[in-house]
Design a binder for this molecule. Structure first.
Ligand SMILES: O=C(O)CCC(=O)C(=O)O
Length: 342
C-alpha cells in the first residue's frame, strides 16, 4: 500500500520495529573504512590499451570502478538527480498512482525491496523503470514532474551507449573479441532504479539496501554527489565506503560477467547504508541480458582440461532463481556452479 512509502511520512524520532535488523546483521558503521585506491578510470584517455589494462585490474581485484570523462555531461547528471528528488517530493496522492509491490511490474514506485516477501524492511523508496526499447515504456513513465520523461530518457540513451562501450572494453580486457560479450547477451534489456533513502533517525539499526550482488551484466550507478552511502565488501570481509567523486559514475559487474569470465572477474557484494543527517539519492542503470540468451564461461577462458566453473543457463532461468530468494542470501551464482546438482 502506498502509505508504506517512507517519502510520504513525517520525520520520525525512531524507526519502526519492522525496519530493525537483528543484532548480528547490522551495518556496524564504525568499522567501515574509506579506500582511497578505488580504481578511477579516465575514459577520455587516448591510450586505449592503458584503459583496458586498468579495467582488467579493477575487475579482477575490486569488481567495480569509477569512471570519469564518460561522455555524459555534468549538466545532465545534475538534472537527473534534481528531477528524481522532485519526484519523491510529490504529494502522496500523486505518488500513490504509481505505487505497486508487485515485483514483475515494469514501471512502479515501491519501497524497501520486496515488501511481500521480506521479514525486515529497508529504509528506501524506489522508482523502478524499464527503459529499453524506450518507445515501448516511455508512455507509462511518470509525467509528473513535467520534465521527468525528457531528462530521464535522454540519460537512459546515453547510459546505454556508455554501458555497451564498457562491455566492449571488458571483453577486450578478457582477451575476447570486442563484441563477444554483447553478442552473448543479445538485445539487452535496460532497467533503472531511482533510489531515495530518507534521512533515518537510527542508521545503525537498518539498511537502505542490504548486502547483495546484481543479477544482471553491468550496473552504472549515479550517486548523490554530496552524500555517501554505497559500500562494497572487500575480500578480507571488510566493508569499504565508495565515497562520491564529482561527475564520476560507479560501474559494477553483475553476476553474468562473473559467469562469463569463468570467475576471473567479480560480481561484488555491495549495500547502501543510510544516515541521520541527510536524505540520499542514487540512480542505478542495469544492463540485463535478453531472457533467452545462454550464458556460461567463455570457452577460451577455461583452461585446457578443466571444467568450467559455472554451467550454462538461460538468463530467464537465472533471473527467476534470483527473485525466488532473499536479496542477502548466498551468492546466486553459487547455485550455478558446474558441480552443483540441480
Ligand atoms: O544506492 C546505492 O548506492 C546502491 C544502489 C544499489 O545497489 C541498487 O540499486 O541495486
Amino acid at each position: 500500500m502506498a502509505d508504506q512509502l517512507l517519502s510520504t511520512v513525517e520525520r520520525r524520532e525512531t524507526i519502526p520495529e519492522s525496519y530493525i535488523r537483528p543484532e548480528s546483521d547490522r551495518p556496524r558503521l564504525a568499522e567501515v573504512t574509506t579506500d582511497n585506491n578505488i580504481p578511477l578510470i579516465d575514459l577520455a584517455s587516448l591510450e586505449k590499451q592503458r584503459v583496458i589494462a586498468e579495467i582488467e585490474r579493477a575487475c579482477r581485484t575490486y569488481g567495480f570502478f569509477q569512471v570519469i570523462n564518460h561522455g555524459i555531461s555534468n549538466d545532465l547528471l545534475e538534472k537527473v538527480m534534481a528531477v528524481g528528488l522532485q519526484f519523491f517530493r510529490l504529494p502522496a496522492e500523486e505518488k500513490a498512482k504509481l505505487y505497486s509491490d508487485e515485483p514483475s511490474k515494469k514501471i512502479r514506485l515501491s519501497t524497501s525491496f520486496n515488501v511481500r516477501k521480506e521479514t525486515v524492511h529497508n529504509w528506501r523508496d524506489y522508482l523502478r523503470l524499464h527503459c529499453h526499447p524506450l518507445e515501448e515504456f516511455l508512455p507509462e513513465w511518470p509525467s509528473n514532474p513535467e520534465s521527468f520523461k525528457e531528462i530521464i530518457s535522454t540519460y537512459c540513451r546515453e547510459v546505454r551507449l556508455l554501458g555497451l562501450r564498457l562491455l566492449g572494453l571488458i571483453s577486450l580486457s578478457l582477451g575476447l573479441e570486442e563484441d563477444y560479450i554483447e553478442k552473448v547477451l543479445g538485445e539487452q534489456e535496460q532497467h533503472m532504479a531511482v533510489n531515495y533513502y530518507p534521512q533515518c533517525p537510527e542508521p545503525d539499526l537498518t539498511y537502505g539496501l542490504p548486502k547483495h550482488t546484481d543479477p544482471n551484466a553491468l550496473t552504472i550507478l549515479l550517486q548523490d554527489p554530496k552524500v555517501s552511502g554505497l559500500q562494497v565488501l572487500k575480500d578480507d570481509n571488510h566493508w569499504i565506503a565508495v565515497n562520491p567523486r564529482p561527475n564520476a559514475l560507479v560501474i559494477n559487474l553483475g553476476d553474468q560477467l562473473q559467469a562469463l569470465s569463468n570467475g576471473a572477474y567479480k560480481s561484488v557484494w555491495h549495500r547502501a547504508v543510510v544516515n541521520a543527517a541527510q536524505e540520499r539519492m542514487s540512480v542505478a542503470s542495469f544492463l540485463c541480458p535478453c531472457n533467452s540468451s545462454v550464458i556460461g564461461p567463455a570457452q577460451s577462458l577455461v583452461a585446457d582440461g578443466d571444467a568450467p566453473v559455472y554451467r550454462s543457463y538461460t538468463y530467464d532461468e537465472y533471473y527467476k532463481k534470483f527473485w525466488s530468494r532473499n536479496l542477502d542470501q548466498e551468492h546466486c551464482l553459487e547455485l550455478f556452479r558446474s558441480s552443483q546438482l540441480h
